[in-house]
Design a protein around this ligand. Structure first.
Ligand SMILES: [Zn+2]
Length: 320
């Protein structure tokens, strides 16, 4: 039987993962090499001279005496969990295409549900910040969508309760194959909002194609310096069959199915984080084993997220 080479991307086997990151010491060494690739550097005075304290993974600067732990000032800040548990969490989150629920994380990692919830949201936050730091270019299929509501047919539902709006964008190559995706939660589909989204998400000069129905909404894309073509399909299933929308529609369907299957329902104020998780994995799908080190490196470069901030609605990107 012929295998789809993309679907059969090689992941990182659990035995190989355990050989690389199975012990606390291996995880500490990995984290240290990601955080300080050129060796420890004092975050306060920049000195490289230090001594290790009795407590594990704590360093004291020989110059200014400032004490730093391996995890301080990173997304792992103040964690009570062993790093090996975090790494296994990173493994489970990155290697499962359809995502993994907090309940499953709690069971598989043997940690409390609340600890699993915090871990999951912190890792999704890392993915969101990382994914927000680059832009789509070239040809991009764009659609407006809702989580928690029907997209096609019936009332469009803008402004309707319990529906969280998001923009679905897929960069395709000359053969109309998907390269990267960017699904981002937005506050609404007003022209100004879409302009702000496009300025963050798209490189200038992008050639965007969207469904004709979305035309008034996506004038914001032109305002952001991109070319925009609206294809009038008449909406409904006609737009699904138009090959210019093949990928954005297919991927919208896949993401919605995966979210429903894995999470059943989710808090709309964190839709951005959940979508970023799908962006993150899809955009790195050709090299699944490297996702552990890439997410780990991104995690040590992400600011701490205390509970107070973790519970606030997602800030998809900072203004300005
Ligand atoms: Zn110092």
């Amino acid at each position: 039987m012929c295998k789809n080479t993309i679907q059969f991307q090689k992941g990182l086997g659990i035995m190989q993962f355990l050989a690389n990151y199975g012990s606390e010491e291996q995880c500490e060494n990995a984290l240290s090499s990601w955080r300080w690739p050129d060796g420890f550097q004092c975050p306060k005075c920049g000195s490289r001279s230090f001594c290790k304290l009795h407590r594990k993974a704590e360093f004291q600067c020989n110059c200014c005496r400032c004490q730093t732990s391996l995890t301080s000032n990173t997304i792992f800040d103040s964690t009570k969990l062993p790093l090996a548990t975090w790494f296994l969490g990173i493994y489970l989150v990155t290697q499962n295409k359809a995502g993994i629920s907090c309940l499953t994380l709690h069971r598989q990692l043997g940690i409390s549900y609340n600890a699993a919830l915090r871990m999951k949201h912190k890792l999704m936050q890392v993915m969101m910040e990382r994914d927000n730091s680059w832009q789509l270019s070239g040809f991009v299929q764009i659609d407006d969508a809702y989580w928690g509501g029907e997209r096609h047919g019936g009332r469009r539902g803008r402004g309707s309760e319990n529906k969280a709006p998001f923009v679905a964008a897929v960069q395709t190559d000359a053969d109309n194959h998907p390269i990267y995706m960017k699904f981002n939660a937005v506050d609404n589909f007003r022209r100004k909002t879409i302009q702000e989204w496009a300025e963050h998400a798209l490189k200038k000069g992008v050639r965007a194609v969207s469904d004709g129905l979305s035309c008034p909404v996506f004038r914001g894309i032109e305002d952001a310096g991109c070319q925009h073509t609206a294809i009038i399909t008449g909406g409904g299933h006609a737009s699904m069959e138009n090959e210019l929308f093949t990928w954005v529609n297919t991927m919208l369907g896949n993401v919605k199915t995966a979210i429903t299957g894995t999470y059943h329902k989710l808090d709309p104020k964190h839709l951005g984080r959940y979508l970023s998780e799908f962006n993150y994995r899809f955009n790195r799908r050709f090299d699944m084993p490297s996702m552990i080190s890439r997410l780990g490196r991104a995690a040590v470069n992400t600011a701490p997220m205390p509970d107070r901030l973790l519970k606030l609605p997602d800030v998809q990107w900072k203004p300005g």
